[in-house]
Write a protein that binds this ligand. Structure first.
Ligand SMILES: Cc1cc2nc3c(=O)[nH]c(=O)nc-3n(C[C@H](O)[C@H](O)[C@H](O)COP(=O)(O)O)c2cc1C
Length: 158
């Protein structure tokens, strides 16, 4: 099986779409993340796969906290917002607050999970950050956004 087939098969995996937010000292950042999963019930643990060259990678490593903001189907405008290389630009016009860990919780999201980093697993060009959910809430009812809504799948590139 060639590399092309591997990529095509990987594109058949479906994902939810989240904004991963981070805080390190006075600095905040946010990025779109889709490699997200619950990995334990007791304690409640979630994982997110972050490519090693992301600024957010350094932020989670050093800050030790992150939040996962669950986007609703109709929030596609937000997926464009978090591309900017500058953290200040990314949060321009976005309403957010912080609660337990200090990581930004985006008001427009359907729900958030505020996490403390408890483990990091090296995984090739990504790191799997495992966080314990220390606070979470539903902000409004709605249908979560998935990779099917975007019509494209993050396969780890760029
Ligand atoms: C739909 C979508 C899903 C993404 N999923 C991930 C992901 O799970 N992990 C990752 O490292 N990057 C992912 N990215 C890419 C990052 O969001 C992007 O590189 C971002 O600019 C990184 O920001 P930073 O360097 O400020 O941390 C995704 C991008 C999109 C559009």
């Amino acid at each position: 099986m060639g590399k092309e087939n591997i990529l095509k098969a990987l594109e058949k995996i479906t994902y939810g779409i989240y904004v991963l937010t981070t805080k390190n000292g006075a600095e905040i950042n946010g990025m779109i993340a889709s490699w997200v999963s619950q990995v334990s019930f007791t304690p409640p643990l979630v994982m997110v796969g972050v490519r090693k060259n992301r600024y957010s990678h350094k932020m989670v490593r050093e800050g030790g906290v992150f939040a996962l903001n669950v986007l609703g189907k109709e929030s596609s405008a937000l997926t464009g917002k978090f591309k900017s290389p500058s953290p200040e630009e990314k949060f321009k016009g976005i309403r957010w607050e912080s609660r337990t860990t200090g990581a930004p919780l985006i008001n427009e999201a359907l729900a958030y999970m505020d996490c403390i980093l408890v483990n990091s697993v090296d995984a090739g060009d990504h790191t799997i950050f495992i966080g314990e959910i220390v606070d979470a809430d539903i902000l409004r009812e709605g249908i979560p956004m998935t990779s099917l809504d975007l019509g494209k799948v993050y396969i780890g590139q760029s």
